[in-house]
Design a protein around this ligand. Sequence first.
Ligand code: FES
Length: 491
Amino acid sequence: MLAVMSQWLTISRAAHLLGISRMALQTRIREGDLPSFDGMVTVDDVQRSWPQLDLDESGSFEKTRAIREDAFAKRLRERVLPTQETLAQRLFVQGQELAELQRTLTRYHRLFEALRARLDAAPPPDTADLARLLDEGLARALSAPAPSEDVAALDAMLRVMSAHVTVKPSGREFFVEGSETLLKAALRAGLAPNYGCGNGVCGLCKARVVAGETRAVSPSDYRFSEAEKAQNHVLMCNCTALSSDLVLEVLEADAPEDIPEQRIVAKVRRIDALNADVMRLHLQTPRSNRLRFLAGQRVTLGIRAGVRDGSDVHGEFPVASCPCDDRNLIFHVSRSDRRTASADFSACVFDGRVRLADDVSVWGPWGTFVLEKGSARPLVFIAVEDGFAPINSLIEHAIAVDAAESIMLYWASAQAGGQYLPNQCRAWAEALDEFSYKALTNDELPAALAANAALAASDVYLAGAAESVAPLAAMLVAAGLPPAQLHVESL
Ligand code: FES
């Protein structure tokens, strides 16, 4: 009954509020530190479980403070209608007042419950007993809130700043920050919705609004049929969430075969050397023609080198970036010529025949080296040399979807220190409690894997040159890893 008085939060929203991952929160629930019911927790229980929560230190509070200061400066300058920032600030203040009222009501409710229990008890209370109970209860009801009791107010503010979206039928969730589009927010959260042009023309990103309201934030040329209008269809690429809780029915890709083959022309945005043997090739797709792929997949890149030597040059490369990275496609191009099919393209990158602003054709996506859907097992990633490229994409995606209990990355290279993006791996390990990273030589890798007793209960993703990964895969299976949990990408 008491819970009726407390505000309920979904686990995602509570994690968002606390600034921790959903998995970390679920671990606390599993360990019995935080009661939950049907995927929900109460604000009171969150406050009890995180008494040390310092909202002044939280990023959300910082954001609110910045908005407040910004709004103050603008008000001085403008002295006209309230700005969006001012409105947000006022909503926050109202949220605090509402939270205070809810808190007081909860305390009165507890007082009445206690009085009721006392009246029902034997022996019946005398007047002095009841007076004392009332005095104590009223003192509690009217006491000032503890600093950590601003959780409900902050949640009210976050509901204005970021909307929570539940996707049907998958049940996935994501948050829409500010007025970003539903498509951008869904991709950032690691979802794979159907989409094409990204700017309101093709209609592929259609979604049905099951509950809540949306608002168009940019014009669209797409015309809905009468039936689609009647069923509340919207375009994810030009709408944002108006309601703080929205339910959408969305067509999502579940597997590589759900994604059609595409061919687009992207531009070279940047080329830089990661070390003496690996170049990072950064392509950007046109605004109106994005590449749809799943993290871990490959594409074919082609350049018209014919302008200079009379032939087209192609190569197949794993995309090293995550589909959540909007129009940016990153590739790690290796000097190694072991992949004969890609050697010519790699040579063009290394000898300067691929230049800034050049057109590069992109076909694909190919391959099935993608995260296993629905698995909550710990993730172990093993990259050998530039096998790190698809692993990088998978890790970024795994972090975005926040579905794994823990992530372990082994990155092996022939030379000690041959890992060409060590800072990025260390940054993941420092920023995420559940992330561990080991840089090894190729010779050290088998012993390190053999020493990991948790491997057999994990999903293992292994990528690198065929001659390196084949013996490692055989070793892992011989050591007890179920073959269905082993995913191998031979480059
Ligand atoms: S209309 Fe083409 S992706 Fe939205």
